[in-house]
Design a protein around this ligand. Sequence first.
Ligand code: NAD
Length: 264
Amino acid sequence: MEGVALITGGGSGIGAATAKAFIAKGVKSIALVDIKQDTLDVTAKSLQEQSDAGVVILTIQCDVTDENQVKEAIQKTTEKFGRIDYAVNSAGITNKSKVGEYQTGDWDRVINVNQKGVFFCMREELSQMEKQDYLPCKSADKRRAQRGSIVNVCSINSFVAARRNAAYVTSKHAIVGLTKTCALDYAAQGIRCNGVAPGYVETPITLAPENIEVLRKSTQPEKTPQGRPAIPEEIADVIVFLSSQGASYVNGAVWEIDGGFLCL
Ligand code: NAD
């Protein structure tokens, strides 16, 4: 797979696993965007050690809730690599409260990262993708060529509620609308936009002491038919496929990757 990938939330969890999955498919230019420089450094070092020569990993510290920082992150990426073929918006946070008990600051923090932050990133990613040429197409039928692809990391909570988690659930429902609208608005320009909706995944968010009991209970077979959480690689592989030319006719879709959770 040729091209340049940019991943927000790339320092950890699903974002870091997605970078690894892109590299495994042959992508050589990766921009990792995250608010935490220390996790960026650790992830980039580990990816670099596991990669062949020629893989270039650019780390960019950026708070996705700050539109100027997002603009700069996209600029730094294009200065280094010239284009962005695959954008994955994975940066996300959560906090827990009942609807009537939310403090305004807690509500705003989640909405600003998970909803407004995804919008800020998409706006800049799209502005770059719109002005770049199509990536050379491997297929005999050139209608499969793409100028760019965006994958937003949604959630099962894009479709169903979770107790005491209203801001997260609201933000994740919202980005389904954003994803589908983007698919409509940019299809004619050769840009696809899709989402993935993971169920419970073993990452620092779900393994945190305050969340681990929820992870354990929610991945019992009566809740998650496969009876276990996903590992980040199981989400990353689908993200990379959705980004690739292999998914050239998938647009505006949000794929559930949840071990069957939403079947029940
Ligand atoms: P994670 O905490 O491992 O990764 C999230 C990354 O986002 C972190 O590196 C964090 O530093 C970064 N981040 C947070 N705020 C940011 C900001 N303002 N600007 C830039 N970066 C910021 O968690 P994860 O589980 O890999 O989560 C990735 C995405 O997957 C999130 O959007 C999350 O909602 C979604 N998701 C996770 C699960 C799960 O079970 N882990 C399930 C469904 C959806």
